[in-house]
Design a protein around this ligand. Structure first.
Ligand code: ZN
Length: 107
């Protein structure tokens, strides 16, 4: 009976990668098939998320909402110094809901 929830795909791996995968499968008690499927699902989800974020960023820049590179760089370089700068603001001058302050480890 055909499995309707998955499909078969042949791929070429470097010999060394194939050996490492076999060792990892053995060590983890998982099949190579499971590890490959898990890796591909994870990669595809990451790439989809990255593309969605890039599209959103592109829309924000085109609509005039972004932080200047030099402002962000200056802020990041001030971390851990005696004169830490406040987080950079959007060039439009407004504070947006998604602008969260830098996470602090201090209690
Ligand atoms: Zn803005």
């Amino acid at each position: 009976m055909a499995n309707t929830r998955s499909a078969t795909l042949s791929i070429r791996l470097k010999s060394e990668t194939k050996r490492r995968l076999a060792r990892l499968a053995e060590a983890s008690g998982r099949s190579s098939n499971f590890l490959i499927s898990d890796a591909v699902e994870s990669y595809v989800a990451d790439q989809e998320r990255m593309l969605a974020e890039m599209r959103q960023a592109d829309r924000q820049v085109k609509s005039g909402h972004y932080v200047r590179h030099e402002d962000m760089k200056a802020w990041l370089l001030s971390w851990g110094t005696d004169r830490e700068l406040p987080p950079p603001k959007c060039v439009c001058g407004k504070v947006h809901a998604d602008e969260s302050p830098r996470p602090r480890s201090r209690g």
